[in-house]
Design a binder for this molecule. Structure first.
Ligand code: ATP
Ligand code: MG
Length: 437
């Protein structure tokens, strides 16, 4: 291993391109979002799952589909040096959840509502809203067949936007029908595209026979009018697929959830059927999809489980946070309630003991610790106390300690006001420190 490190061009070691450090104060925004997501998931009765970041490559090839951007060019795959297994850093998490649900027979005693959050890996060209390590939060409902749970998932996403104060997203919906309906559509779509072969770009020509539906999803402006006039999958749906779609729309309408139907919405993964949807924004350039999902009734069987319907979505955390930033949303950084000023090291044993008693009572306290230059002057310690954002300073001076007390000094409201508090009964004044906004 030592050899490898020195081989890393003997220069400064930096993070891998497209993979970001998430540092304070930015990390506070992540924690805020995560807490809010946990609360909403609980309100909708979705339970958390955590699957490994590394899976067998075959899992993704089989589930996402061979002729997709992810499998063709975006996966971080490698051979395990020790046993030769073909492994991949997960590019998404639905396949892993389905694998875990199947492996542990989780649908044995009924359907499940699950959610996850974590890093995903795709080798893409890094740009705003597109990274090589990025984070998704996802929700999956497994074992439910009707449009009611499709609607529930969309309402869950909408509740997240509301809780975050995220506006500027709109919902686009489509139905991909069932495989037989898609096959009938596909034949006509291919015929249509062949008639206009001269207008197809390289990607489209390559996909014409392997995955023609994906051509509808093109981002090439030169092909837009061609795909807009293409045969519509919606026109090939039978009564039962249409009823599913109508059922979903009725629930969304009753809940005042606005949507537009986008016949070109086909999603980049092969495993979807019936409902597909995306929440999109115009404020993030071409990385405008913040959340995407749909039904995948055949996937569980496809990876070897007992057939069961399922539906889910995943949102991109970086894009959601970026959109919130665009909207000017601010998240208050976490600040301590109190900062301990300790003029002399001899006071440390008593000071740290008091801080522990305060923390046991829920107070957030930052201790002033020595650097290589020592503890520093009172003045510099008060500067630090101020900069920490704390509302109070606790001064562990020799005079105070001689009387078994500490000075409590207000740094914000009523700044300068000070009282002496007894170290013997921390409980009586701990609560006064906690008046957080
Ligand atoms: P796109 O069309 O933008 O490449 P996708 O269809 O590949 O998106 P999904 O696989 O559906 O994306 O993933 C769900 C969500 O995860 C996306 O809507 C997006 O918000 C986010 N996401 C996907 N890829 C990236 C990435 N490379 N960097 C940051 N976020 C991403
Ligand atoms: Mg993509």
């Amino acid at each position: 291993m030592v050899e490898k490190v020195s081989a890393a061009k003997a220069g400064k070691l930096t993070a891998v391109k497209g993979m970001n450090d998430i540092l304070p104060p930015e990390s506070a925004r992540w924690e805020w979002l995560e807490a809010l997501v946990r609360e909403q998931m609980a309100r909708f009765s979705y339970l958390n799952v955590r699957t490994p970041i590394v899976e067998n490559t075959a899992l993704f090839v089989r589930s996402i589909g061979e002729v997709t951007d992810i499998v063709e060019k975006e996966m971080y795959s490698f051979e395990d040096r020790l046993n030769g297994e073909q492994l991949t850093l997960r590019p998404e998490n639905t396949a892993s959840v389905v694998r875990a649900v199947t492996e542990h027979s989780m649908l044995y005693d009924g359907p499940r509502r699950l959610w996850y959050m974590g890093p995903m890996f795709r080798h893409e060209r890094p740009q705003r809203g597109r990274y090589r390590q990025f984070h998704q939060i996802g929700a999956e409902a497994l074992g439910f067949a009707g449009p009611d749970v499709d609607a529930e998932l969309i309402l869950l996403a909408a509740s997240l936007w509301k809780a975050m104060g995220l506006t500027d997203v709109r919902l686009e919906l489509n139905s991909l029908g069932q495989p037989t309906e898609r096959a009938a559509h596909r034949a006509q779509l291919v015929a249509y595209l062949e008639q206009h072969a001269d207008q197809l770009d390289e990607d489209a020509r390559r996909r014409l026979h392997s995955n023609p539906l994906r051509i509808l999803d093109t981002k090439n402006p030169a092909m837009l009018s061609l795909v807009e006039r293409a045969p519509r999958l919606m026109d090939f749906l039978g009564t039962s697929s249409l009823a599913h779609f109508e059922g979903l729309k009725a629930i969304l309408d009753a809940n005042g959830v606005a949507y537009t139907i986008n016949p070109r919405l086909v999603r980049g993964l092969d495993y979807y059927n019936l409902t597909v949807f995306e929440f999109v924004t115009d404020r993030l350039g071409s990385q405008g999809t913040v959340c995407a999902g749909g039904r995948y009734d055949d996937l569980i069987a496809q990876i070897g489980g007992k057939p069961a319907p399922a539906v889910g979505w995943a949102l991109g955390v970086e894009r959601v946070l970026e959109l919130l930033r665009e909207q000017g949303a601010t998240v208050p950084p976490p600040v301590p309630d109190a900062y301990a000023v300790v003029p002399d090291a001899s006071a440390m044993p008593v000071a740290l003991k008091t801080l522990q008693q305060l923390r046991d009572r829920g107070v957030r306290v930052q201790m002033h610790a020595a650097t290589a230059d020592g503890l520093g002057s009172m003045k510099s310690q008060f500067k630090k106390a101020d900069a920490s954002g704390a509302r109070h300073a606790l001064v562990f001076g020799a005079d105070e300690l001689a009387q078994g007390a500490v000075t409590l000094k207000a740094l914000r409201d009523g700044a300068g006001e000070q009282t002496r508090q007894s170290l013997a009964d921390v409980a009586t004044w701990a609560a006064d420190l906690q008046s957080r906004a």
